[in-house]
Design a protein around this ligand. Sequence first.
Ligand SMILES: [Zn+2]
Length: 296
Amino acid sequence: MKKPFLERIKDAPFLCDGAMGTQLDAHGLEAGQCHEEWNVLQPEKVEQIHRAYIEAGAEAILTNTFGGTRWCLERYGFGGRVGEFNSAAVERARAVAGEERYVLGDVGPTAEFVYPLGKRKEEEFLEVFREQISFLAEGADAIAVQTMTALEELAAAVRAAKETGLPVIASMAFQPEVPGKGFRTIMGVAIEQMVRRLQEEGADVIGTNCGTVDIAEMVEIVRQMRELTALPIFAEANAGKPRLVGERTVFDQTPELMAEHVPALVEAGANIIGGCCGTTPEHIRAFAKRIGRGKK
Ligand SMILES: [Zn+2]
């Protein structure tokens, strides 16, 4: 029997998986296709990606549900299939993870904003997250709210996730440090504001992923978070800063180059590490070696 998630992550560095989105693209998902639809359309390919990460040494995999809220799915005409896509994602992940490894139910931003910036009310965010998370909670070991840039939206997702009784990870995407302003999200949220609010909301793990920083900058973000909190910290960097090549965004930092920063990330205070956009099973394998988890 595996340990409860929150106990396990306090023992030693915990390794998550790498990117799902860019792996789906690599497995033939076409531009403009809905990622979550693949949970029912191409379930064997979703499982194949999960399996490659487990074989690389990941102890946890994130469900393919980053855009699984009603508001995101509505943009593809799938607003009525929230339960179907999210439940299928949990089943696919659980089938690969088995009972020995962990499944984290992934929740991403909705691309909607709270009034007056956008047209939505905070209660609407809460409802939309509650709906998605109710399906994730059926088989996940924890809920991972990721890549958030607005504090109100993140708080609503954390609140909805806390209602399930599962451990909740809450992570924001930062931009490079600006002198005098520090690291902030694109919506202007500073690390200190984030940490204070998430502690009030009762998040079990806080952290950072994605954004326009690289893993070296993420080491510094984690160091600053660690000065402000004793909570476990989650850190998943992209494979380098996003680069525009023609019309495509590419992430091309090699596994070796990224993995060189892994000891510093752990030293700075990260308890959970993994990869975001552009990372592959090879990146996770290189991370596993660095934390002494590599298969001999
Ligand atoms: Zn990312």
